[in-house]
Design a protein around this ligand. Structure first.
Ligand code: CA
Length: 272
């Protein structure tokens, strides 16, 4: 979903931003009430997560304005105000749900899923990118119509990359957390294991490249869909990309070849 977070506590805003992005949502964050309404008009989010105690315009006023002008946006109120009357007031003003602070991210996620269901927006179980199609219900992946046999780890790794739809680089730390369920630690233990962890990611990325590379004889399928490749973005992580024709022709034209694309297409294990 497109989610607009309205929260003036920067640490909490950042936490929500990161967590919801990892869940595959498109997220924007603003820190005051007036910016909330400006962004609601511009972005037309499906969901607003709204703090009540805000600078420039109180959350209650924002909620009333949202009901008046942007009824298609669901509003989940996050509040530290414990009084029952306050919560009832929010619901009467049109809030779709009210979550009390402090809250757990698991609870928030469950509430968002319930809201999403109510909006009739079940997440599509099928992810598509370039010539790849992943059915998350049947645990099945095809590339250009050909079945790709993946292990459970490879499947989850590809899912993490596909959820970002080529729009955002996926860091190794994010992959360690999402695929291998490793906590993002700091300090001596993390320092000792980090090199090994990074190697695990690289090894599995290369397994995946080899399997995807098997179906990559043509840069485009008959309908013109680009072949999806996993690019390494140096110092940042990995990006699932469906390169434009110019990239694929790079080796034959006058411009220097795009080595990342060529290695990826060939399923080469070199990490450029
Ligand atoms: Ca606040």
């Amino acid at each position: 979903m497109n989610v607009l977070i309205v929260e003036d506590d920067s640490a909490l805003g950042h936490f929500l931003d990161q967590g919801l992005k990892l869940d595959g949502h498109d997220v924007s964050v603003v820190t005051d009430g007036e910016a909330a309404l400006e962004s609601a008009a511009r972005l037309r989010p499906e969901l607003m997560i709204l703090d009540l105690g805000l600078p420039r315009m109180d959350g209650i006023e924002v909620l009333a304005e949202m009901q008046q002008h942007f009824r298609s946006t669901s509003v989940l109120v996050l509040t530290g105000r414990a009084e029952m009357e306050e919560r009832v007031k929010c619901l009467r003003l049109g809030a779709d749900d009210v979550v009390m602070k402090p809250f757990s991210f698991h609870e928030l996620r469950a509430r968002l899923q319930a809201l999403s269901r109510r909006r009739g927006q079940f997440a599509d179980p099928v992810l598509r990118f370039g010539d790849l199609e992943m059915d998350r219900t049947q645990r099945r992946v095809t590339q250009a119509g050909c079945e790709v046999e993946l292990t459970a780890t490879e499947f989850t790794l590809l899912e993490s990359l596909m959820r970002r739809r080529g729009e955002r680089v996926c860091s190794r730390a994010e992959l360690l957390r999402e695929v291998w369920r490793m906590p993002l630690g700091a300090g001596a233990v993390a320092a000792r294991t980090s090199r090994m962890d990074t190697n695990i990611v690289e090894v599995y990325i290369n397994y995946l490249r080899k399997k995807l590379g098997r179906n990559s004889s043509a840069p485009r399928d008959a309908s013109g869909v680009c072949h999806a490749v996993i690019r390494t973005v140096r110092g940042e992580g990995y990006l699932l990309d469906a390169p434009e024709e110019r990239d694929l022709k790079a080796g034959t034209g006058n411009s220097p070849p795009d080595l990342t694309a060529i290695f990826a297409l060939g399923g080469c294990v070199a990490d450029v």
